[in-house]
Write a protein that binds this ligand. Structure first.
Ligand SMILES: [Zn+2]
Length: 335
């Protein structure tokens, strides 16, 4: 595991806790990850001004914090029942916790949530952080906490049957079954998001592209032409549906009309009403859209479904036997 992945895993563990963690109680390995997390503003370090402190000597007992004299007012001690008075260094009383504002902002960016949408705290440790494709996105500190509030999730489902996207840390122990019913798309923080040392990105675009009714992009959200919807805007993949842009859909529709027979790129682009000779151009992901589900999804579809012969400059759909029934949509090629 890379340093960033370890740091992210540790940050997720901190988010799972409802109270700040005393740095002194952390094992060496996660403590070594702290400076990188502080620098990236993932976590916040604060002094802990409790009247009791874990004894720095035995690490077993908590002792009352005592003032160690007048010369240096900052000098404090721990009055340990076992060890007596032990000097406590100021950094020994520091705590660390995840910066919720950072986490929410990063998740919203990674999922492309509109900045116009407000973040609402639905309950202690549960936030509605926006919507993705009209699906509400809920962030919670733990799976168990959300499982304990079925009414809260039920209230988020609207009549259209769209799933609720739930983001929580992965529980420390392996789960026996899927934690939620099929009206919830669960994105475990550790598995579905990647931390690169600065920001988060989402690596499970497919689940966010589930088909849903009544969207403007499609008249009928079902696979009609092989894996494509009636208007070619949706492609149905094993993990969910991917929404294509109008230009991407036009390219796929033309490729579909040739039923897997390779055609020159110029011809495909012209028939799709597009300039150029390379259909891949409309599937290209710009640098600023890198790792964004709505751009990476179509690119993956293109890679999976289109056979490119670079030498001949031809393109074809990776044709499957059972797609043959549908009649061609466009007139046959002129001789
Ligand atoms: Zn002690």
């Amino acid at each position: 595991m890379t340093g960033d992945a370890q740091a992210w895993n540790f940050a997720c563990t901190l988010f799972n806790r409802t109270t700040p963690t005393l740095i002194a109680t952390l094992p060496c390995a996660p403590r070594a990850l702290l400076s990188a997390l502080v620098e990236a503003h993932v976590v916040a370090v604060r002094p802990y001004n409790n009247a009791y402190v874990l004894c720095p000597e035995c690490h077993q007992q908590h002792g009352l914090v005592v003032d160690l004299g007048v010369a240096d007012r900052r000098a404090i001690g721990c009055d340990c029942p076992d060890c007596g008075i032990v000097t406590v260094t100021p950094d020994y009383r520091l705590t660390v916790e995840i910066d919720i504002k950072w986490l929410v902002a990063q998740l919203r960016l990674a999922l492309d949530v509109s900045s116009d949408e407000a973040v609402v705290e639905l309950a202690e440790g549960i936030w509605r952080i926006g919507t993705v494709l009209r699906q509400p996105v809920v962030l919670g500190r733990s799976v168990r906490q959300l499982q304990g509030r079925p009414a809260l999730l039920a209230q988020l489902h609207d009549g259209a049957g769209r799933p609720v996207i739930v983001i929580t840390p992965q529980p420390p122990l392996p789960l026996q079954a899927e934690p939620f019913d099929d009206r919830v798309v669960w994105l475990p923080l550790q598995r579905s998001f990647v931390f690169d040392g600065k920001r988060l990105s989402c690596i499970e675009p497919a689940v966010l592209r589930r088909p849903r009714g009544g969207d403007d992009a499609t008249t009928d959200p079902r696979p009609v032409h092989g894996p494509f919807s009636e208007d070619f805007r949706w492609v149905y993949r094993p993990h969910g549906a991917v929404l294509l842009s109008p230009a991407q859909a036009a390219v796929m529709e033309v490729l579909w009309s040739f039923k897997g027979v390779p055609q020159r790129g110029e011809l495909i682009m012209a028939r799709a009403g597009l300039k150029g000779s390379k259909p891949a151009v409309v599937f290209k992901v710009k640098r600023e859209n890198k790792d964004k589900a709505q751009y990476e999804g179509p690119k993956q579809v293109y890679a999976a479904l289109v056979v490119v012969n670079a030498r001949d400059g031809t393109y074809a759909l990776r044709w499957e036997e059972d797609w043959g029934e549908t009649p061609p949509l466009l007139r046959p090629l002129m001789p």
